[in-house]
Design a protein around this ligand. Sequence first.
Ligand SMILES: Cc1ncc(COP(=O)(O)O)c(C=O)c1O
Length: 501
Amino acid sequence: MTMTQSRAADARSYLFNDHTVEGYRHAVAAGSARVADRVGRTDRPFSGVGPARLAPDIAAIDLERPLHDHAAALDELERVYLRDAVYFHHPRYLAHLNCPVVIPALLGEVVLSAVNSSLDTWDQSAGGTLIERRLVDWTAGRIGFGPAADGVFTSGGTQSNLQALFLAREEARAAGTPLSRLRVITSEAGHFSVRKAATLLGLGPEAVVAVETDAERRMRPGGLARELDRCRRAGLTVMAVAATAGTTDFGSIDPLPEIARLCAAAGVWLHVDAAYGCGLLVSRRRRHLLDGIERADSVTVDFHKSFFQPVSSSALLVRDGAALRHAAHHADYLNPLRMAERGIPNQVDKSLQTTRRFDALKLWLTLRVMGADAVGELFDQVVDLAAEAHAMLAADPRFEVVTRSALSTLVFRYLPPEGPGRELADDANLYAREALAASGEAVVAGTTVDGRHHLKLTLLNPETTRDDVAYVLDLLAGHAQRHVDDLAPLAGHREVTHVHS
Ligand SMILES: Cc1ncc(COP(=O)(O)O)c(C=O)c1O
């Protein structure tokens, strides 16, 4: 064998095929053993590492010198990734909308990446396409849409919201309205992806109008009615109202029945961003909180937020499947019109993506192994915990809590005792969050409310207990008060200190 032939044979040994199944078995088993070992040993959600410490290790790896060995690559990965990763399964990871994941979905991940179906066309996926379509129908059924409903899986809530607004824009354009006269109404607490989508869709900077929220951070229907009226009188076309079922910070659910009534009366497309709140679709105790969602024209659901699915897993559902035609393009090489005419199910006809992962398989195995009720039960548990944690916070004089979430977030701030330290509250809350992350004991999020820095817990882990929450609150109060004590003597000419690691 020549050198070239031997190099080629060596390179081919890495391909996954009928000759290499043993190697595949070993590699995947070694990978899952490594992850299991790491997860079995994690006693905190994060090591507290900072980019300055980790970046040189990653930069030092010579990508031109392969290791030619899975075990050696995993050893290296342990050092540059697994050791310091942020672990969402840990009960004191309380920061963003990342859920722990269920094992049936991880099984789906193994299968879908190895078979590697691409869900753009039937001829690249076969049964995968039909499974996705069943799940689209299932989700539409849970929403309460009728038989005309349709949808497609997407990479996440951002993409689902973009596609929803794209469909709404195309519907408005069909009526001949110029882009500059189109408006989108959302609430002050709506997700930023709505604004981003408007920009991508060529709407002007003033195109997204944010209606005020009530004390519980829900869109005020009165404000919406006024805005719809103002736009009408100004000769502007509201192409969509984007309501939110589960706002990112406050877990609030906009009053969907009233909003749906106003949209119907004004003939405006109603989009419901249920990226976070979609878990209620399978809740046996709280499904009613989504009442009115069935009157939406489009709905975003993020299974990777409240269905305990690994990233990515999201979908856009529409009440009238015909609206998806705006996303269709028939390419000769891929999905020519004659295929659609013959009823061949090519999901690319409905999607903004072309090549697309079979993410639906994870949800499929989740429903087939544990069932929808079990998923809903997990979500209900975190909503229960959030209600308890809210009561704890409200009774705790160290903290001030903004509002009670309909879902599982808590936005609050440490309030230094009356005195000169009070004015350091903003710095103290910022500091406490950083110090906590640097310690690795817990990870919490932060946000700004009415210009003031706040702390945020997003409870998505049914393993998190009341005691975990109490422990984290004590740690936060300790860090915040230490910062106040350090800075109070300097108040007036102080500098904000930051935690570095
Ligand atoms: C209400 C809401 N909509 C949309 C998104 C965007 O979803 P994704 O991160 O999956 O793109 C988020 C993310 O947090 C969200 O909270």
